[in-house]
Design a protein around this ligand. Structure first.
Ligand code: NAD
Ligand code: TYD
Length: 383
C-alpha cells in the first residue's frame, strides 16, 4: 500500500488514477479538499476496494500517524500543497501553513512511523500494529482493505513532489536548471516550496529518513483547475471571455504532460537513489503567447467559433504579475541517464489531448465553474 497526499488535486488525482489502473497495490488518499481539491476527479474509483479516500490535513500529525499505523504503507508520495502563484501573491499565509508547517508535521508523523518499522536485517518487529484511529472525516462510508503488507524500514520511501520554481528565473541564454542549481525562489509559493524541500533534505541528513525529491516543470492535462494558464484559456475561449496574457506574454515555461510527470514519479519511487533530487521536464520551452496561439488554433479546428472568427480575437494583454519569473527550463538529463525515464508525449500531442479532454468533459468544467464540485462529497457519499 502507498499513501498519496493531495490526491484530489490536479496532479495527485492523475497519479492515483494511473496507479490504480496499472497496479494491484492499494492506495490510501489523503486530501484536505481545499478549493483546489475535487473529489469528482476520483469518481471512477468510488467502488474500487483498492482505493481509500480520507479527507484531512497533512498538518494533522495525529491523523496522519493513525493512518500510517493502520495501513502501514511502504511509501508516502506528497503532492499536497497550495500551488497557485497568483493566490500566493494575494494571500501567502495558506502557503506557509500547508507547504512549510504542513510538510513539517507530515515529516514528523512519517519519521515516527518509519523509525518503528521492522528492520529486515535485525528482524525487530514494529510496535505499531493494531493502532487504529478514526480519520477526521471519511469521504467513503468506511475504510476498506486495511493492512499494508511488508513495509520495512529499509524499503520505505518518502517522495516529495516539488517544482522548478524553487530555482528562480533564468535569463534567455542561461542553461536549464540542473539539480545542483542554486535555490532562488521569487514568489511566496516558490519560497514555501523551497522551504519544504529543505526540510525534506534535512530529515534525510539528520534522521536518515529515506527521502526522494522531484522538481518538475509546468504540468498540463486533464483535471487541471481552470485558474492556471492552459485550462483557463480553454474555458474562457469557449465561454467567449477574454484570454488574459500577463505583460508582454514572452515569459517562458517548460511544459510537461501530466501523465508523463506521473510516470516519472513512479520511476523515481521505484528506482531513485535515497536522498537524491531528480528534475523532471518535457524539453518543451514555450513563450506564453505561443501557448495562447496554439490553444486558439486547436479550438478553431476542433470547436470553431459560431461567427467563423479565430479565438485569438479574444486575446487581451493585462497588467503583469508582480515579480513575474521570466523563464523556467528543466535539464532532465539526470533522470534519463540514471533511471531511464523519458516523456512519452511531445507538446503537440499532449496539448491536443488536453484540449480534446476539456471539450469532452464540459460537465466537469461546469461543476468547477459553478462551485458544484464542492458539494461532490455530500452528493456522492450522502454526508
Ligand atoms: P493542486 O492545487 O491542483 O492540488 C493540491 C491538492 O492538495 C488539492 O487537492 C488540495 O485540496 C490538497 N491540499 C492542499 N492543502 C492541503 C493540506 N494541508 N492537507 C492535505 N491536502 C491539501 O496542485 P497540483 O498542480 O496538483 O500540484 C501538486 C504538487 O505538485 C504540488 O506540491 C505542487 O507544488 C507540485 N507541482 C505542480 C506543478 C504544476 O504545474 N501544477 C509543477 C511542479 C510541481
Ligand atoms: P500558471 O499556469 O499560473 O503557472 P506558473 O505561474 O506556476 O508558471 O501560469 C503560467 C504562465 O502563464 C505564467 O508565466 C503566468 C502566465 N499567465 C498569464 O499570462 N495569464 C493568466 O491568466 C495566467 C493564469 C497565467
Amino acid at each position: 500500500m502507498i499513501l498519496v497526499t493531495g490526491s484530489a488535486g490536479f496532479i495527485g488525482s492523475n497519479f492515483v488514477l494511473d496507479w490504480c489502473a496499472q497496479h494491484d497495490e492499494a492506495v490510501i488518499s489523503l486530501d484536505k479538499l481545499t478549493y483546489a481539491g475535487n473529489l469528482e476527479n476520483l469518481a471512477s474509483l468510488k467502488d474500487n476496494p483498492r482505493h481509500i479516500f480520507v479527507q484531512g490535513d497533512i498538518g494533522d500529525a495525529e491523523l496522519v500517524g493513525k493512518l500510517l499505523a493502520q495501513y502501514r504503507p511502504r511509501a508516502v508520495v506528497n503532492f499536497a500543497a497550495e500551488s497557485h502563484v497568483d493566490r500566493s501573491i494575494h494571500g501567502p499565509e495558506d502557503f506557509i501553513q500547508t507547504n512549510i508547517v504542513g510538510t513539517f508535521h507530515l515529516l514528523e508523523a512519517v519519521r515516527a512511523y518509519w523509525q518503528k518499522l521492522p528492520s529486515p536485517v535485525s528482524g525487530i518487529t514494529s510496535d505499531l500494529a493494531g493502532v487504529v484511529g478514526q480519520p477526521s472525516r471519511m469521504a467513503s462510508s468506511s475504510i476498506r482493505g486495511a493492512g499494508g503488507e511488508g513495509a520495512t524500514k529499509t524499503d520505505f520511501r518518502f517522495l516529495h513532489v516539488s517544482t522548478d520554481e524553487v530555482y528562480g528565473s533564468l535569463a534567455k541564454d542561461e542553461p536549464a536548471f540542473s539539480e545542483t542549481h542554486r535555490y532562488e525562489p521569487n514568489s511566496p509559493y516558490s519560497a514555501s516550496k523551497a522551504a519544504s524541500d529543505h526540510l525534506v533534505r534535512a530529515y534525510h541528513h539528520t534522521y536518515g529518513l529515506p527521502v526522494l525529491t522531484t522538481n518538475c516543470s509546468n504540468n498540463y492535462g486533464p483535471y487541471h483547475f481552470p485558474e492556471k494558464l492552459i485550462p483557463l484559456l480553454i474555458v474562457n475561449a469557449l465561454a467567449g471571455k477574454a484570454l488574459p496574457v500577463y505583460g508582454d506574454g514572452q515569459q517562458i515555461r517548460d511544459w510537461l504532460y501530466v501523465k508523463d510527470h506521473c510516470s516519472a514519479i513512479r520511476c523515481v519511487l521505484e528506482k531513485g537513489a535515497l536522498g537524491e533530487v531528480y528534475n523532471i521536464g518535457g524539453w518543451n520551452e514555450k513563450a506564453n503567447l505561443d501557448i495562447v496561439h496554439t490553444v486558439c488554433a486547436l479550438l478553431d479546428e476542433l470547436r470553431p467559433r459560431a461567427d467563423g472568427k479565430s479565438y485569438s480575437e479574444q486575446i487581451t494583454f493585462v497588467t503583469d504579475r508582480p515579480g513575474h519569473d521570466r523563464r523556467y527550463a528543466i535539464d532532465a538529463r539526470k533522470i534519463e541517464r540514471e533511471l531511464g525515464w523519458k516523456p512519452a508525449e511531445t507538446f503537440e500531442t499532449g496539448i491536443r489531448k488536453t484540449v480534446q479532454w476539456y471539450l469532452d468533459n464540459q460537465g466537469w468544467v461546469n461543476n468547477v465553474l459553478s462551485g458544484n464540485y464542492r458539494q461532490w462529497v455530500a452528493k456522492q457519499y450522502g454526508e
